[in-house]
Design a protein. Structure first.
Length: 255
């Protein structure tokens, strides 16, 4: 099978490329770094020539609702249009667990628009909603540090391995199952983001003080109250954060 991976150099996309190739599939990488821009469409039509399935793992670092929505809408519409023109059979789109349960949070509203755009296109779309990745606490520490202090939002989550999510994306894309379904993924344990941040700080042996802060409004209340946690229909996949951190995640988290 010929599989195109949009966002192929990202945290999940790079794993998708690796796992799809290991499974014997032909992989087409879609990334601006490689000369194919899913947002502008530059090189996209040629890249999707002969592709059977498109897996969309694209992401943007902006938290602005307007900017993030514009990004996801443009990317998805381009993938749908070019994929349909090249007779691809379906689109598999990566989203976020609990994205519909966090009111007034700009980035999550943009991801809901992302999902809607995927479902509105001519190609049947499968949505895979995943919990926060194990790398998330390190990302928050890098963005929220000011001198010796690291400001980390209070939120409960059920983090998951990016590699496990990538495997689920590949499995879903190649399964031939329900092409217009929504799959949810989470890790085995409920965690508090500030606690994971402190684990990483201790491993770095730095004198950084993790300062919890509450995101205001309904969004903050939902984040603290468990809206990001698994439901009865969520698929639980390992490893745990602790297992990952002691193994594959140790080097990256200690940088």
């Amino acid at each position: 099978m010929r599989i195109a991976v949009a966002g192929s150099t990202g945290a999940v996309g790079s794993y998708v490329v690796q796992l799809a190739a290991l499974a014997g599939h032909e992989v087409v990488q879609i990334s601006r770094k490689l000369g194919v821009d899913a947002r502008t469409g530059e090189g996209l039509l040629d890249a999707l020539d002969g592709v059977d399935i498109i897996i969309d793992t694209t992401n943007t670092t902006t938290t602005s609702r307007v900017k993030a929505t514009a990004f996801f809408m443009e990317v998805t519409q381009k993938l749908q249009s070019a994929g349909n023109a090249q007779r691809a059979s379906r689109l598999v789109t990566l989203s976020i667990l609990g994205v519909d349960l966090i009111p007034g949070f700009g980035y999550y509203e943009a991801k809901l628009a992302h999902e809607a755009a995927a479902k509105a296109g001519p190609l049947p779309a499968t949505i895979v909603r995943a919990a926060q990745f194990f790398e998330f606490p390190s990302q928050i520490l890098s963005r929220g540090s000011l001198g010796p202090f690291a400001f980390v939002p209070s939120m409960r989550m059920q983090p998951v391995s990016a590699r496990a999510v990538a495997q689920a994306l590949v499995d879903e894309a190649t399964s031939g199952g329900d092409t217009e379904s929504t799959l949810e993924l989470a890790g085995p344990n409920v965690e508090e983001l500030t606690s994971l941040a402190r684990v990483i700080v201790r491993s770095r042996q730095r004198r950084t003080v993790v300062v919890p802060f509450r995101i205001p409004g309904q969004a903050g209340k939902a984040l603290r109250g468990g809206s990001l946690l698994a439901s009865s229909t969520t698929r639980i996949v390992g490893p745990t954060f602790q297992e990952w951190f002691q193994g594959d995640g140790a080097a990256g988290s200690r940088n």
